[in-house]
Design a protein around this ligand. Structure first.
Ligand SMILES: *Cc1c(COP(=O)(O)O)cnc(C)c1O
Length: 353
């Protein structure tokens, strides 16, 4: 399929890289393609970014049949643009799509679509260290119909947003509330799929945790509220007795690409990694016994987000003196240096645009 292009006439002024936030500003163009049963995915195009028409009866508004992805383009040390493991986001797209009854995308074509859009918008990739161009592909159900079934038509779009450095003043560990009332995802549900439905389910817990003075919640399993699952919208890792333990993927946990990259790097560093069930009791006991050295979240937005405090059933527990730990620091440095082309990409994770 050939991508049709329609150039915008009035290009926007680029923001200054010092003042970038997250996801509040969009580039000049977007990628769009449509799907119908007869044609499959058709009419791929890069067109000016802007509002589009859709019927109020479109199924996405009523039953939430929607998926999204998130990845970034980085300005590397040579001034070129790097993508980090984009093929993983596309594989995950198809796993999500299968779960929510959406048509699959052609993985090679999708990669080309992302690359072509970033090529068109390459001047929007900010060059200050830590900044990046966030890439947001998403798919919505567009049938104008109120019956409950999967839609027969869809729209896939990719929008781009220049984003600021996540850590402007150094990496400060965050305070986390161990959530024992609300749950995010159940086994057999949508937890492994990157869909808006998981996010809407998590908002209430996040708001209440914020009101209590915490940055995020630590999610426990939905059935027994016993096993640790994720932290906020990140995967979670604990360093106990020098080993890294991360909850194993079992359907209710989102398989993060940063999580996967961390596991690969940790093994490469010679650090033992266990993907297994871990209870909150085990975490708290290890903390009390002085055996828990570090805890941190992993995800595309922050890369690594160290946990400095856990609040569980009314007690507060300090982790690593509220400082970033050595393993978290080493993972953060290694991943960001690979992303910005500062060290050798020995795992072949970078796609140069
Ligand atoms: C996207 C996401 C992550 C992190 O995935 P990455 O591929 O590492 O960005 C973790 N948990 C949830 C719930 C997510 O939506």
């Amino acid at each position: 399929m050939k991508i049709r292009k329609e150039q915008r006439k009035d290009v926007k002024a680029k923001p200054s890289p010092e003042n970038l936030g997250f996801g509040n500003m969009f580039t000049d163009h977007m990628f769009v393609m449509d799907y119908s049963e007869e044609k499959g995915w058709y009419d791929p195009r890069i067109v000016p970014y802007g509002p589009f028409e859709i019927e109020p009866s479109a199924m996405v508004f009523h039953y939430g049949q929607e998926m999204f992805e998130g990845l970034k383009a980085y300005r590397n040390v040579d001034g070129e643009v790097n993508l980090f493991r984009p093929e993983k986001n596309i594989e995950r797209t198809n796993r999500t799509n299968d779960r929510i009854c959406m048509p699959r995308v052609d993985e090679a074509f999708m990669l080309e679509a992302i690359k072509e859009l970033v090529r068109v918008e390459k001047d929007w990739v900010p060059s200050l260290h830590g900044t990046s161009l966030y890439i947001r592909p998403f798919i919505i159900a567009t049938d104008p119909f109120l019956g409950v079934r999967p839609s027969l038509t869809y729209k896939l779009m990719i929008i781009l947003s220049p984003v600021g450095a996540y850590y402007k003043e150094g990496i400060n560990p965050v305070k986390i509330y161990v959530e024992d009332k609300y749950v995010r995802a159940v086994k057999g549900g949508l937890g492994f799929a990157k869909t808006g439905a998981n996010y809407v389910a998590s908002l209430k817990a996040q708001i209440e945790a914020k009101q209590k003075g915490f940055s995020q919640v630590l999610w426990l399993d939905a059935k027994e509220q016993k096993y640790v699952e994720e932290v906020g919208t990140m995967n979670v890792m604990f360093v106990i007795d020098g080993k890294v333990i991360t909850p194993k993927l079992g359907g209710s946990i989102l398989p993060g690409i940063t999580r996967d990259s961390c596991i690969t790097l940790l093994k490469d560093f010679g650090i033992e990694v266990e993907e297994r069930d871990i209870t909150i009791e085990e975490v708290i006991h290890a903390l009390q016994a002085g055996r828990l050295d570090e805890a941190f979240g992993t995800g595309t937005a922050a890369v690594i987000s160290p946990i400095g405090l856990l609040s569980y059933k009314g007690e507060e527990y300090i982790v690593n003196d509220e400082k970033i730990g050595n393993i978290a620091k080493k993972l953060y440095d290694t991943i960001t240096k690979i992303q910005y082309g500062e060290i050798e990409d020995k795992f072949g994770w970078i796609h140069r645009i």
